[in-house]
Design a protein around this ligand. Structure first.
Ligand code: TRP
Ligand code: SF4
Length: 527
């Protein structure tokens, strides 16, 4: 059978995910939560934004989900505490949110599956409807929102979310989230929103309120008690995750840093001082290293090629060290007061064991590691009425390529398969999808197809092959070595899609009858 690329074009923009964790080529990446979610080069996200590669922790994840094994989940921020909690049977949570702007589609299914998997691994699971965000940032009416919200929830349930164990909510009706949002808003200001989100004088206030609401969503699982929490999202949501991690620290009673002497230094200065300390104590293991010694050492380290910033940092570090003079340089863990009351500070002083020095608004401890100090500070915070939030973690999945090439978009029906599509329609959409095949069957047998460029292969890997790695691999290998032709391959995929949709919609129908039993409203009286 002869099959050709249905539109004769190479899909532009984001290409079908090469299933190794580094893919793509092209230019600059911007992460915009309200922009068009495409990423031209996932590798840039590691360098530019400090997202960590999922690969590096994959082996430590118990019974890793197939989306993890296949590189669809490609990155994370600080996921390790969640993995540790999973392994050690300690409490952890997973939460994600959905803007009810249209029908849930197979791209959303990735996130549904991620929440459900964490629930099955023993985590507290949360799924929320970002109705305030949809109303303020996307201008949807409450009637539309109600209808879409219902559809998202039904699909999440149909895919296996257990509402008895987990929690489903709408932003607009969750009073605790609103209250927390208000508190977090005290720590954020407009300039910062402008820098992070490109907001300007025209941005409406309710849109900004939806941002603090999302911050509250992200920290909500920790309101009862702090626990590692993962937010499974697309990388476009990373700015939100970073801000939430920041706010979690800003509302805390105490902060923990490493220091070398009694004075305050910023992180860059601290690094220089630390290097000086390490070098000098290696050279003179028996001697007391004094601040003035480090100053002299750093004086000699001046480099002609240094940038202005580096030179300034070095200057201030040297000045600080000179001023401290004969004071011994000695590594210590410092706990500084952020929002603590006097009583809480007193309690902290009590709680810190071993050698310590107490100052006006910080304590230097000499026998505690950073992690131990953080633990103690958090306990004191909680005992004294604080939140004690842990910085939330995240995992990031690749965006699915549209069936027509280019990006998968809710506004282009042929580019995606809605979870509400008729099974027949699903079948047809797969059959008419763009492929990574060659112009003729002969060429395909000779050269093999290009599964890495093929939205149909992606369907197998992201959804249709489900847990069956053998099938995913078989499709890939047979395609790449020319044994598989697109016609048959699509027929197989189309049938699997048809079955999936049939089955999914049956389960949706079952849940539809039980929806009243759940504690969630789908008729908002807002207007
Ligand atoms: N902003 C998210 C989106 O665009 C929706 C959302 C709201 C969310 N609150 C959240 C996602 C909390 C993750 C966690 O779809
Ligand atoms: Fe064709 Fe299937 Fe290969 Fe895609 S994966 S190029 S549809 S044979």
């Amino acid at each position: 059978m002869t099959r050709e690329r249905s539109d004769g074009e190479t899909p532009d923009g984001e290409t079908a995910g090469e299933l190794a964790t580094d893919g793509g080529t092209v230019d600059d990446v911007a992460l915009d939560p309200w922009g068009s979610s495409t990423v031209s080069d996932y590798r840039k996200l590691f360098e530019q934004f400090g997202i960590e590669q999922f690969d590096e922790i994959l082996d430590s994840v118990p019974d890793a989900h197939y989306l993890m094994r296949r590189g669809v989940i490609f990155g994370h921020r600080d996921y390790r505490p969640v993995v540790d909690a999973m392994v050690n049977d300690e409490p952890f949570a997973a939460l994600s949110g959905f803007m009810p702007t249209g029908d849930p589609h197979i791209g959303h299914k990735l996130v549904f599956d991620e929440i459900i998997w964490h629930q099955q691994q023993g985590g507290d699971a949360y799924g929320l409807i970002a109705d305030l965000e949809a109303h303020s940032a996307r201008g949807l009416s409450w009637d539309e929102i109600d209808e879409h919200a219902r559809n998202y929830i039904l699909s999440l349930l149909a895919l296996g979310f257990d509402p008895e164990e987990g929690e489903l909510y709408r932003q607009s009706t969750n009073r605790e989230v609103q209250d927390l949002a208000f508190e977090l808003g005290i720590e954020a200001n407009f300039s910062e929103f402008a820098a992070i989100y490109d907001f300007d004088g025209e941005t409406d206030v309710s849109h900004m309120q939806s941002v603090v609401t999302q911050m509250a969503d992200i920290l909500y699982p920790q309101l009862d008690e702090p626990k590692p929490t993962v937010i499974p999202v697309g990388p476009d949501q990373d700015p939100h995750v970073r801000l939430a991690r920041d706010l979690a620290a800003r509302v805390s009673f105490f902060g923990v840093t490493e220091a070398y002497a009694s004075f305050e230094a910023d992180p860059a200065e601290r690094e220089l001082i630390g290097e000086a300390y390490d070098t000098l104590s290696e050279r003179h293991p028996e001697e007391t290293i004094r601040c003035s010694d480090a100053a002299t050492h750093l004086e000699n380290e001046r480099e002609p090629g240094a940038t202005d910033v580096e030179a300034t940092t070095l200057d201030t570090a040297i000045t600080l060290l000179k001023e401290a003079g004969k004071e011994p340089l000695r590594p210590r863990t410092r706990i500084v007061v952020r929002n603590a009351t006097d009583e809480a500070f007193e309690a902290l002083i009590e709680a810190v064991e071993g050698e310590k020095r107490v100052y006006d608004a910080h304590i230097d401890t000499f026998d505690l590691t950073k992690t131990e100090a953080e633990q103690i500070a958090r306990e004191v915070e909680i005992e004294n009425g604080g939140y004690g939030f842990l910085p939330p973690s995240s995992i990031y999945h690749r965006f699915m390529t549209g069936l027509t090439g280019g990006k998968m978009s809710s506004s282009i029906p042929a580019s995606h398969i809605s979870l509400l599509d008729d099974p027949d329609t699903g079948y047809d959409k797969v059959k008419s999808a763009t492929t990574g095949g060659r112009e003729t069957a002969e060429k395909q047998r000779e050269l093999g197809g290009e599964p890495d460029e093929c939205p149909v292969y992606e369907l197998y890997a992201y959804l249709l092959a489900h847990d069956d790695d053998e099938l995913a691999k078989q499709v890939y290998d047979e395609c790449a070595n020319g044994e598989r032709l697109c016609g048959d391959c699509k027929e197989q995929a189309a049938r699997l899609m048809e079955q999936f949709l049939e089955n999914h919609q049956e389960k949706r129908d079952e849940w539809a009858d039980k929806l009243d039993e759940l504690d969630i409203e789908f008729d908002s009286d807002r207007r």
